[in-house]
Design a protein around this ligand. Structure first.
Ligand code: NDP
Length: 444
């Protein structure tokens, strides 16, 4: 059996009931096969892939907090510090009832290669909890965040591990966690990113993932003699990534006709009204059913359906495995040309293959949504310098980083004879740097 296949089955066997982690490992290892096969005996002897697929450390802890009725609630907290070969661990904190160790490991594993692709010195990690901020009062969210940070603070620091936001962890949660860290440790340092502007946050961090997604799509199209102007796009999600993807797509001259949340989706033939969407989701924290009050011409549907709408560009920006084979078939039938992942692993393996086999340009999340973590790393730099850069400066660097990522993954794909296969290109380009650093640092 090849070394890669051996490790894929070992990971599946040793980490039962973690299907998302298996899926992420399979996807990465399958596409770095050409690199491994060039030097298989050495890598096997060094147990390189065993070290790559086993987190350096995983922390699981109890998070007790008191709700508004005076009852004690207990959630589970996680931090997986996956790989620090190229820098301090960096990756978000997900607060969602679906969170379990397997999901955090899948996200942490992906984060290693994504962070490497940014070209910045950040290792891979991820964390979170099965706590659901939805429907909780501000005081309850604060009680949870303080309890969560009381334990997490023992393992993180500006030069060791710098968490950020993710699903369910926005500016409010980061603020409460930062306050508790400062109080416990007595230091004001850049231990979290996604902070508010008044206490060390970076301009353009809120916009970064969505904007970055559009910068890489635009660079792909330009490299193929085309651009975004005049294109129609379908977007899923209505959170941080989706909102700013819609905003940038609109600024670049595209028309985005859909968005969605966990209960339903909107079709707006005139183009999504970003200001209305921001008010509904960022200010009122309400459901998308409200969108019709702002745009009477739009339609609201329960359930899922955005991938059935005809478009040139599809941007899944909600959550993992939200675009399956039937969705891919509908997109291909409707002649989509680009699918780029704003969310982490939103496209199933089968759907990804179908899209690629049918000539659709497919940019995986670890490249397409890397603008968020890249800008987080720029926030870390600003914190270290004790300076704040202008919006234009951060946005300019973000654009440069995303264009660089496109060319990096495109070159890697071509070098190994997989032209236009950006899954292979992203995995190889991300892996090469980590491999080099791991080799240089000996058996650790
Ligand atoms: P948010 O919590 O801001 O938004 C998530 C959106 O997806 C919401 O509209 C939510 O609906 C919807 N959603 C969440 N879970 C589900 C589900 N199980 N089924 C259907 N819809 C769902 O998160 P972000 O926008 O920050 O993150 C979205 C994705 O992007 C995630 O995969 C995240 O890991 C990834 N990502 C985020 C980055 C960032 O900088 N924020 C950086 C890189 C990747 P509802 O409103 O009903 O909750």
């Amino acid at each position: 059996m090849s070394y890669v296949d051996e490790i894929i089955s070992q990971v599946t066997e040793k980490n039962p009931a973690e299907p998302e982690f298996h899926q992420a490992v399979r996807e990465v290892l399958d596409s770095i096969r050409p690199v491994i096969e060039k030097n298989e005996e050495k890598f096997r002897k060094d147990a390189l892939l065993e070290r790559l697929t086993n987190p350096e450390r995983q922390i699981k802890f109890r998070v007790p907090w008191v709700d508004d009725n005076g009852n004690v609630q207990v959630n589970t907290g996680y931090r997986v510090q996956f790989n620090s070969a190229i820098g301090p661990y960096k990756g978000g904190l997900r607060l969602h009832p679906s969170v379990n160790l397997g999901i955090i490991k899948f996200l942490g594993f992906e984060q290693i290669f994504k962070n490497s692709l940014t070209g910045l010195p950040i290792g891979g990690g991820k964390g979170g909890s099965d706590f659901d901020p939805k429907g909780k009062s501000d005081r309850e969210v604060m009680a949870f965040c303080q309890s969560f940070m009381t334990e997490l603070s023992k393992y993180i620091g500006a030069d060791t591990d710098v968490p950020a936001g993710d699903i369910g962890t926005g500016a409010r949660e980061i603020g409460y966690m930062f306050g508790q860290y400062k109080r416990l440790r007595g230091v004001f340092e850049g231990v979290l990113t996604g902070k508010g502007l008044s206490y060390g946050g970076s301009l353009a961090r809120t916009e970064a993932t969505g904007y970055g997604l559009l910068y890489i799509v635009d660079e792909l199209l330009r490299s193929h003699g085309n651009d975004i102007k005049g294109k129609t796009a379908v977007v899923s999600g209505a959170g941080n990534v989706a909102i700013y993807a819609i905003e940038k797509a609109t600024q670049l001259g595209a028309k985005v006709v859909t968005c969605s949340d966990s209960t339903g989706w909107v079709y707006d033939p005139d183009g999504i009204d970003v200001a209305a969407l921001k008010e509904i989701k960022e200010v009122k924290r309400a459901r998308l059913t409200e969108y019709k009050n702002y745009r009477p011409n739009s339609e609201y549907h329960e359930g899922r359906g955005v991938w059935q709408i005809k478009a040139d560009i599809a941007l899944p920006c909600a959550t993992q495995n939200e675009l399956g084979i039937e969705d891919a078939k509908a997109l291909v039938a409707n002649k989509v040309t680009v699918v780029a992942e704003g969310a982490n692993m939103p496209t199933t393996e089968e759907a990804t293959k179908y899209l690629q086999d049918n000539g659709v340009f497919f940019i995986p999340g670890k490249a397409a949504n890397a603008g968020g973590v890249a800008t987080s790393a720029l926030e870390m730099s600003q914190n270290s310098e004790r300076l704040s850069w202008s919006f234009e400066e951060v946005d300019r660097q973000l654009k440069g980083i995303m264009e660089g990522i496109y060319h990096n993954i495109d070159d890697a794909a071509k070098r190994y004879g997989f032209e236009d296969n950006f899954v292979v290109g992203a995995n190889i380009a991300g892996f090469e740097k980590v491999l080099d650093a791991m080799n240089a640092q000996g058996i650790v």
